[in-house]
Design a binder for this molecule. Structure first.
Ligand code: SAH
Ligand code: SF4
Length: 382
């Protein structure tokens, strides 16, 4: 049988939620001995029910013969991730803690009034291998990469919570609450590119969730060799976590810079597939008091990005317990923004969202820890 990634409680049935078209096709061909044409047709039908209508039950799939529906429910499941916690901020931001498998949790955040309607910030890894000094996620060791299905499953869970599935007919674009996806949750998406790309195929498919690739942004700390493949494989919009304008400081704040310094990073930006004035790269710059927030650095930032179709997001640093930084004072951020604005970059200060529930950029962290092999074996034996 084709490999389906999601772990579920019932070991007898494979979970179809999060599967790609191709996985569905191969799975049905194998499970029911269908010829390629029939398998493709069945996969297309189920795909539409899963991702356009948000079905969680084969019985709802009314254009599939009754007998086939019961065959499907005997062999397969459509199961959502368990929602361990759901918090709603004063500003409407929603943070979810979802269980991927026992003891492995991941966070994602829905932020209303961002992008065209609202943005969902998804995670691509539990924890992170990188150790950016100002980021809370960076203090959590990498537990594992998410599967493509688990990335899609975050979107499904949030669409359930927003009650955003059409009961019938096409989605009315004006009614959408979830219009954008940003890979800015836990982890470094370019260290899990294969699954990120596969998840994007499902999320952007016009017969399903149908979010345009131009509304999907992938943020990277600067994994240079994976940037061109990201553009080639996904046509995603790119965001770069820049945060410093010289190698010495960036080596300290974003340690991956020691491997891929600014010169190489900016070259990869210039060559990012599809980059143009209509498809600009977003540069994120976190404002750290007395560290990277001087007027001279604002001018250096403008010089550095010269010639690259760029947008700049100034992010007031979000605090977390034990962090060795302070956020720059508001007047400092404004003075910095003024310099950037005068150079032709519009409205760059990003208002912190969901700080009261630790849902803002860089505050995400789950309690999952990487289990030692011995623990895993002991648990499996119980
Ligand atoms: N690992 C990827 C994706 C995570 S995106 C990356 O680093 O790009 C999360 C964004 O929030 C990144 O730009 C990150 O640098 C920024 N960030 C991390 N910690 C932060 C904090 N405490 N306050 C504000 N922004 C933060
Ligand atoms: Fe990882 Fe991004 Fe946080 Fe750096 S900023 S530690 S790359 S999640």
């Amino acid at each position: 049988m084709a490999e389906l990634d999601l772990t579920i409680d019932t070991p007898t049935a494979a979970n179809l939620a999060g599967a790609t078209r191709e996985e569905l096709r191969a799975t049905f061909a194998d499970a029911f001995g269908l010829d390629p044409k029939k398998a493709r047709m069945r996969a297309n039908q189920v795909f539409r029910w899963l991702y356009h209508y948000g079905a969680t039950d084969f019985e709802a799939m009314t254009d599939i013969a009754k007998e086939m529906r019961s065959d499907l429910s005997e062999r397969f499941a459509i199961q959502r991730l368990k929602m361990v916690e759901r918090q709603v901020s004063k500003d409407g931001t929603r943070k979810y803690l979802l269980e991927l498998s026992p003891g492995v949790d991941v966070e994602c955040v829905f932020i209303p009034d961002v992008g065209r309607a609202g943005a969902l910030c998804v995670s691509s890894q539990v924890g992170c291998t990188l150790n950016c000094t100002f980021c809370h996620t960076g203090t959590q060791a990498l537990v594992r990469n998410l599967t493509a299905a688990e990335i899609v499953a975050q979107v499904l869970a949030v669409k359930d919570d927003l009650e955003e599935w059409p009961t019938a007919g096409p989605v009315d674009e004006r009614e959408r609450r979830l219009s954008n996806i940003v890979f800015m949750g836990m982890g470094e998406p370019l260290y899990n590119l294969e699954n990120v790309a596969k998840a994007m195929d499902v999320i952007s498919d016009g017969e399903g969730i149908s979010l345009s690739r131009r509304r999907i942004t992938v943020s990277t700390s600067g994994v240079v060799p994976q940037m061109a493949p990201l553009g080639d494989q996904t046509s995603a919009m790119l965001a770069i976590s820049l945060h410093a304008t010289n190698d010495e400081l960036r080596n300290e704040l974003v340690p991956i810079n020691r491997k891929y310094p600014l010169d190489a990073l900016l070259d990869a930006c210039r060559n990012y597939p599809g980059v143009s004035n209509a498809r600009r790269i977003t540069f994120e710059y976190v404002m750290l008091k007395g560290v990277n927030d001087s007027d001279a650095e604002a001018r250096a930032l403008v010089r550095l990005l010269k010639g690259i179709p760029a947008k700049i997001n100034l992010i007031p640093w979000n605090p977390w317990p034990g962090a060795p930084y302070e956020c720059s004072p508001w007047e400092r951020i404004e003075a910095f923004a003024d310099i950037v604005n005068r150079a032709g970059y519009a409205s760059p200060i990003r208002t912190p969202r969901g700080r009261d529930i630790a849902a803002a950029c860089g505050q995400l962290k789950s309690d999952s820890v990487k289990k030692r092999a011995g623990d895993v074996r002991r648990e499996a034996a119980v």
